[in-house]
Ligand binder design. Structure first.
Ligand SMILES: C[S@@+](CC[C@H](N)C(=O)[O-])C[C@H]1O[C@@H](n2cnc3c(N)ncnc32)[C@H](O)[C@@H]1O
Length: 194
């Protein structure tokens, strides 16, 4: 998702609904050129289709590009302490705890901002009154515009609500594209402040 937002390593990235921290962690993995196979193996490796020495050479070449201790400005804010702890744990497992920051905070009271906000907010699918999410999107959008966040990229199954909330406070919709997210129908939306 960070790359969908127009983010690059020289820009700061903020995820104000960070949950388990996937988005800042993805940015850190990308910036440090850490390949996915560091965490998993692929079926083709066991199948024998690709000779083992070729796989090992490619692994070696890619791992040689990993940079240690690279600093980027990627931060996640999360309302609940248990998720903040979970995000730090995930960052440690991914080997990027020195590259990202997670803090407890409220997306509707952002006091600072990044060049780029990239976020996956709650969808309200598991609560009795999804209107709570409608209000949350409006409060977040209002705060984002107030503190002058230049661009927001977000993915949600309630995309009409999010688009309206962002449009109402002065964002222009640059992109809104359908994404099948697991079994959920969602849109990835990118907006810029006019
Ligand atoms: C869909 S989840 C984010 C998933 C995340 N991308 C991940 O990697 O796990 C949305 C998160 O927003 C958090 N949240 C809800 N209201 C919030 C608020 N006002 N401020 C900050 N975080 C909030 C929830 O606790 C939840 O962890």
């Amino acid at each position: 998702m960070p790359l969908e937002s127009g983010w690059s390593e020289d820009k700061s990235l903020l995820d104000p609904f960070a949950g388990g921290g996937t988005i800042p962690i993805e940015a850190a993995l990308y910036a440090r050129r850490i390949p996915w196979f560091r965490f998993r193996s692929f079926l083709f490796e066991k199948s024998g289709i690709v000779p083992k020495d070729v796989t090992e050479r490619v692994r070696g070449d890619l791992l040689a590009e990993v940079t240690e201790g690279k600093k980027i400005n990627a931060k996640g804010i999360e309302k609940f302490e248990k998720h903040v702890k979970g995000a730090w744990k995930n960052a440690r497992s991914a080997g990027v705890a020195d590259t990202v920051v997670f803090e407890k905070g409220d997306a509707t009271r952002l006091g600072e901002y990044g060049d780029v906000v990239v976020t996956n907010p709650p969808y309200g699918n598991r609560i009795a009154n999804p209107r709570v999410v409608y209000d949350l999107y409006h409060d977040f959008a209002e705060r984002a515009a107030d503190v002058g966040i230049p661009t927001v990229t977000t993915i949600t199954s309630r995309w009409k609500w999010m688009e309206d909330a962002l449009r109402e406070v002065g964002y222009r919709i640059e992109k809104s594209k359908f994404v099948l997210y697991g079994k959920l129908h969602t849109h990835l939306i990118r907006v810029v402040l006019e």
